[in-house]
Design a binder for this molecule. Sequence first.
Ligand code: BF8
Ligand code: SF4
Length: 630
Amino acid sequence: MQDNRNCNSCEPVLNALLKKAKEDKVETVWDRARAMQPQCGFGEMGVCCTNCSMGPCRIVKISPDGPKKGICGATEDIIAARNLARSIAAGAAAHSDHGRDMAEALLDSVEQKRPVKDKEKLKFLAEEWGIETSNGGIEELAAKVAKTALEEFGKPFGHLRFIERAPKKRKEIWEKLNVIPRAIDRDVVEVLHSTHMGCDADYRNIMNSAVRAALSDGWGGSMIGTELSDILFGTPVPHEVEANLGVLKKDSVNIVIHGHEPTLSEAMVIAVNDPEMLEIAKSQGAESINLVGMCCTGNEISMRHSVPMAGNFFQQELAIITGAVEAMVVDVQCIMPSLTQVSKCYHTKLITTSRKAKIPGAIHMEFDDKKPVECAKRIVQEAILNFKNRTGNILIPEEKSKGKVGYSLEAIIKILDGVTNTFAHPSGTVKPLADAIKSGVVRGAAAIVGCNNHRVPYDECHVELAKELIKNDVLVVTTGCGAHACIKSGLMSDDTVKLAGKGLATACSLLKIPPVLHMGSCVDISRILKLVSMVANYMDVDIKDLPVAAAAPEWMSEKALSIGTYAVASGIYVVLGVSPQITGSENLTKYLTSDMENVYGGKFDIEPDPVKAARKILNHIENKRKLLQI
Ligand code: BF8
Ligand code: SF4
């Protein structure tokens, strides 16, 4: 386990608040990670199985005498592949259930007569899905799109509609390998079935099911989540926001909204801007109400409403430790159960809102999609009334940075085109990007995504990797907690061009964009899939032929495993900074880091050192350029 070493903006915040935590006798993720050492070797290698009650079984690798098979006879390959596949399915389920919630929210908005924000995008999506757009009004169209999206989860025949966005050559590969996702729920269920005790015993076939489920996330659930969120709440456009825990305000009611689904956070934005709420806040002695975002919810509302980005996964406890947070409001995913223990040491109220994620010790105020603003106002009021309970034990770090967020695909295309009317269609041309890559001014592009993990230096892996890549003329796009790391360290400000190579700096200066682009939350990696598909289609090649790559330097979640898997299966080279729990099976490890390339054109690589990871990505990009003869 390593602490953060030299991220210029995160280090002072981290050090100051870890010192305060120690003084306040509050345990953090770093303490628990330390206490967990050494971590279980069987789990680490993926060779522990609890799939039936004859187990647990573990394969002993280090001594010749230990068991080499589970009680049922399952080998290390079967056990490791089953464990991995189940994690991928869980990740796909989490992203996709978020997508389903967005479809239900769209349907609710029609019933509640709440207007959608991006009507143009709604019409384009309806057209793409072959829904009649000429008859009826916007509400009718929104209802049809929402119902069609919901059918994607359980339709008995056919395949996912968004697969048609992939290049022709990619679809042919998927068809040949029989991994085309059919219906999201079905593909996730099939992984759970085939990995049940005594079912699929062929690790390659297990991985086929896992790939199908992952593709149903990237090209299904996540894509639905992104598209419908844009329709409902607006397609992001670039603008500047502030980031890091310095965005908390001493004299205001601070509310941190943390989690993933924009339905809750959008309602919170409306609620905190309600004059009645502000009046109550003033009556309690506060100057204003300060809403800030954490993790992917932070990305979502910064992209659409300029709400400051308070921090990423490893900052959720630190936010409470400042002593200045009246309420931390959470919905689903990446919420540490430790938050109740941390909040008990301060006055902070931890408020859970989803029936899918309750935490004992938290206040549960269930969010009702049918009455979003009323629910949000109740939550805001709860926070306001807590302002008077602040103690003097407050430390708000001074550090905050500024950067640009909001680079949706449509925004990128508009900038690249420099022609306003192309914004009218989400499938406008990507010619300028393709030309810049072809000419070599920009050598290629890389996505830096994912979480924080105690196994690698906090935030530093994201930041150092991004710096190395832009220095070598590779455009970086980023999402999730990686995006938080980049904005905190100043990499999303225009003057970052000074860190970029000559070609990339020239292109960025011309387009007035930073060399590291914020593309949103983790479900928004679907924006990246669409972008690479458009570039591949424009160049008449497959995604695997493009000089592009992806990295998850500090990943930890099952969602990240699903993302990595759909990226590899989409033909992308993916460098992980932390090894998945697979190394107990040499066959599975080889399959993921080598064999997959022969069939999908993409593969996993594992490299914890960000500078070495950058080197690998640069080599990959230059190889692809050679093959394309550009
Ligand atoms: O979906 S990057 S820690 S917040 S899993 Fe979670 Fe990882 Fe952050 Fe968003 Ni993505
Ligand atoms: Fe052991 Fe096999 Fe049961 Fe797994 S499925 S716990 S390996 S007996």
